[in-house]
Write a new protein. Structure first.
Length: 223
C-alpha cells in the first residue's frame, strides 16, 4: 500500500514531540491492568502453541509491550512511525529489535509471522484507510496466525473521532471493527471490553483474531 499519506507524517511528528513524556507514562502502565495482561497472555499462548515464528508489535512506541511479549516467551520485534520512539525503545530494550516503519508495509515475507499485536495503534488511522492495513496484517501472518487489537471502544455509539492527547484518533464500535477484520480474512477468537479505570476516559476494546487459512488459500497474498 502507498505510504505517503499526510496522516502518517502528522502522527509520526506528533509522537516524536512527546516521546520522552509518553515513554515515562507508559513504562509501568501494564502493572495495573490485569484484564489487558490476560488478553495478551492468551494471545501469546496461542502463538507459542503454533510453533516458533517471530511476532511483530505494530506501532510499538517506546517498546514496553514488545518487551512484555518477549517476557511471555515470544520472539518479538517492534515497528513504529516515530524515530524518537524507536530511539527510546532501543535504549530501554537493547536486546530487542526495533525498526522505524509503517504497519501498513512490513519488511517481512508473506506468512512469516506467527502473531501480530496492534496495541492502540490503529486508532489513528482514518477509517476509510484501515482495510489495507488489515490486508497487510493478513499478508505477513502465517496461516492460522493470530492478531490482537487494542483500541478505544465507542460504548454503543457510532464510530467517533476524538481529541486524543497526542494526535486525533477514533473510537470504534467493537462489532464494526470485528466485521472489518472479517472482511479482510480474519476469524474472531475472543473479545473483551473493559470499563475505564481512574484517569481513563473511555471503554477499552480488545479483539483476538485468527488468520483464516481458507480465505488465504482462496485469495492469495493481499499485500
Amino acid at each position: 500500500m502507498a505510504e505517503s499519506s499526510p496522516y502518517l507524517t502528522a502522527t509520526a511528528d506528533a509522537y516524536d514531540a512527546v516521546a520522552d513524556l509518553y515513554a515515562d507514562l507508559a513504562r509501568d502502565s501494564l502493572d495495573r491492568l490485569p484484564m489487558d495482561r490476560a488478553m495478551v497472555a492468551a494471545f501469546a499462548e496461542l502463538v507459542r502453541a503454533a510453533g516458533p515464528r517471530p511476532v511483530a508489535e505494530a506501532g510499538c512506541g517506546p517498546g514496553y509491550m514488545t518487551a512484555h511479549l518477549r517476557d511471555l516467551g515470544l520472539d518479538a520485534f517492534g515497528v513504529d512511525l516515530s524515530p524518537a520512539m524507536i530511539d527510546i525503545a532501543r535504549k530501554d530494550h537493547p536486546d530487542l529489535r526495533f525498526e522505524v516503519g509503517s504497519m501498513g508495509a512490513f519488511d517481512v515475507a508473506d506468512g512469516e509471522l506467527g502473531g501480530l499485536l496492534s496495541w492502540y495503534s490503529i486508532i489513528h488511522i482514518p477509517p476509510p484507510e484501515l482495510p489495507p492495513y488489515f490486508a497487510e496484517f493478513r499478508r505477513v501472518l502465517a496461516p492460522d496466525g493470530h492478531l490482537l487489537l487494542g483500541f478505544f471502544e465507542s460504548e454503543g455509539g457510532p464510530l467517533l473521532r476524538f481529541d486524543h492527547k497526542v494526535t486525533p484518533a477514533y473510537r470504534w464500535p467493537i462489532d464494526d471493527l470485528a466485521d472489518l477484520a472479517r472482511k479482510e480474512g480474519f476469524v474472531e477468537v475472543a473479545r473483551m471490553l473493559r470499563e475505564p479505570l481512574e484517569g481513563e476516559r473511555f471503554l477499552r476494546g480488545h479483539l483476538l483474531m485468527r488468520c483464516d487459512r481458507t480465505a488465504a488459500a482462496d485469495t492469495g497474498s493481499m499485500g
